[in-house]
Design a protein around this ligand. Structure first.
Ligand code: GDP
Ligand code: MG
Length: 160
């Protein structure tokens, strides 16, 4: 069970990002990680993981009654995903902007989905949709000791 931790706010806000199996297969991991690094966010957790159906059903529990749900679970379990936690000011909302819209067809060029994919059922990346979802998803995918606290030596050049 997860406990909502209200301490992770401001520059310590965190979001859960996952490069989906198509993103890994298509060798997009480096490019996607680079976008978050260049933006100025801080990586606090990352692992390559073959997600179980149980984990994915829990992760996408809000969508369980959708017609595409079983296809979504088999897509997401078709290979390893890169699960990540990124930290920074307004990271949840800004990461969603960096991702683009759920449907790549509605995603502007310059966004990850706008640049790297075509169909909603192969949209290469996941990002939490709210601070509450981020807390839930991070505790679902990561143990506390898999998340690193480290001093960002150039944070003064990102935050004033
Ligand atoms: P997201 O938060 O932008 O990822 O979108 P949702 O939470 O609404 O949906 C989760 C994921 O389910 C999406 O990223 C897609 O991979 C998939 N999905 C959503 N809508 C559809 C759909 O209409 N058809 C199919 N095949 N997949 C969908
Ligand atoms: Mg979502």
């Amino acid at each position: 069970a997860y406990v909502f931790q209200s301490g992770w706010t401001g520059v310590n806000e965190r979001t859960f990002i996952a490069i989906k199996p198509d993103g890994v297969q298509r060798r997009l991991v480096g490019q996607i990680v680079q976008r978050f690094e260049k933006k100025g966010f801080k990586l606090v957790g990352m692992k390559l993981i073959q997600a179980t159906e149980g984990l994915l059903k829990e992760h996408y529990t809000e969508l369980r009654s959708k017609p595409f749900f079983s296809g979504l679970i088999s897509y997401m379990s078709s290979g390893p995903v890169v699960a990540m936690v990124w930290q920074g000011l307004d990271v949840v909302k800004m990461a969603r902007k960096m991702l683009g819209e759920t449907n790549p067809a509605d995603s502007l060029p310059g966004t990850i989905r706008g640049d790297y994919c075509v169909e909603v059922g192969r949209n290469v990346i996941h990002g939490s949709d709210s601070v509450e979802s981020a807390q839930r998803e991070i505790s679902l995918w990561f143990r506390e000791n898999e998340l690193q606290c480290w001093e960002d030596t150039h944070s003064h050049w990102i935050y004033n």
